[in-house]
Design a protein around this ligand. Structure first.
Ligand SMILES: C[S@@+](CC[C@H](N)C(=O)[O-])C[C@H]1O[C@@H](n2cnc3c(N)ncnc32)[C@H](O)[C@@H]1O
Length: 254
């Protein structure tokens, strides 16, 4: 049987975690306003396809349910929040992010097209507890790899879920197999810096995108984190040849 190396976290009070969080907040002071446009260009619109997989999992989970409470953790400008809200009017959504600037943009989007919907945004850290048995669904999209303490964030999700609730992670991963492995290396080395220069992206952002993706644990390692924190019926799958992943787990019960 394949052994899966456990993921070691630096700890909530570690310098590494503090530095990572400060970097996130500082990065999006500059990037928040253009984040959605840059995301489309950098990823050739791929995240718009990937999010459909996430939304389909939510739709499947909702079968036979009248309504649900959802949390979008590390919501950024509300990409997943609004994709789910558009499709499912019977889901009320809480969304938080570490970056006040991302939350500001997310709130502006609410005013433009979602008034009247029960959608709330606030600034918070995924590593600090955010509720007890409050949510049927917790999503996190392209944020999990940024969390310094993945066990802590996952434990908080477990506590915040109602029994029977679902946790869905969507993120970038480093492809392990050709041809995507070669294409990924080419893209990171040659294409990404060109986009960054043309778009005037904050200088370190492209470097962090590569570093955080390279540092992202494997799907199996993340599934282990979910299982170590009490989740059951977990599964994972790679998207687009291993550039992205979906990892799912459930809180036992109901
Ligand atoms: C690449 S963006 C993704 C945003 C959005 N979920 C999406 O799919 O477009 C990553 C987000 O994770 C947030 N983030 C990073 N660390 C966090 C933490 N510890 N707690 C909450 N949010 C965090 C960042 O502020 C940023 O908005």
């Amino acid at each position: 049987m394949e052994t899966i190396a456990p993921v070691k976290d630096p700890g909530f009070d570690s310098e590494e975690a503090k530095k990572r969080k400060k970097y996130m907040v500082d990065l999006f002071v500059v990037q928040a306003k253009n984040y959605d446009l840059h995301d489309d260009i950098y990823g050739f619109y791929a995240h718009r396809f990937w999010v459909r997989t996430m939304v389909k999992i939510v739709e499947r989970f909702m079968k036979g349910k009248k309504r649900a409470d959802m949390l979008d953790m590390g919501c950024g400008t509300g990409f997943v929040t609004y994709n789910v809200a558009r499709k499912m009017p019977n889901i009320d959504i809480d969304s938080f992010d570490l970056s006040p600037d991302m939350i500001k943009v997310a709130k502006q989007r609410y005013d433009k097209g979602f008034k009247g919907r029960k959608i709330k945004f606030w600034v918070a850290d995924a590593e600090v507890p955010f509720g007890d048995r409050k949510y049927d669904i917790v999503t996190t999209s392209f944020a999990y790899r940024n969390f310094a303490n993945k066990h802590l964030a996952t434990k908080n999700v477990f506590n915040a879920l109602k029994p029977g609730g679902i946790f869905i992670i969507q993120d970038l991963t480093k492809p392990e197999r050709h041809p995507m492995k070669g294409l990924y290396a080419f893209y990171m080395k040659f294409i990404l810096p060109i986009f960054a220069r043309i778009l005037g992206t904050e200088k370190s952002a492209a470097g962090w995108l590569k570093k955080s993706t390279d540092m992202m644990p494997t799907n199996a390692q993340i599934q282990k984190i979910l299982e170590a924190n009490g989740m059951v019926n977990c599964y994972h799958k790679s998207l687009s040849g291993g550039i992205a992943c979906i990892i799912v787990g459930f809180k036992p019960g109901a």
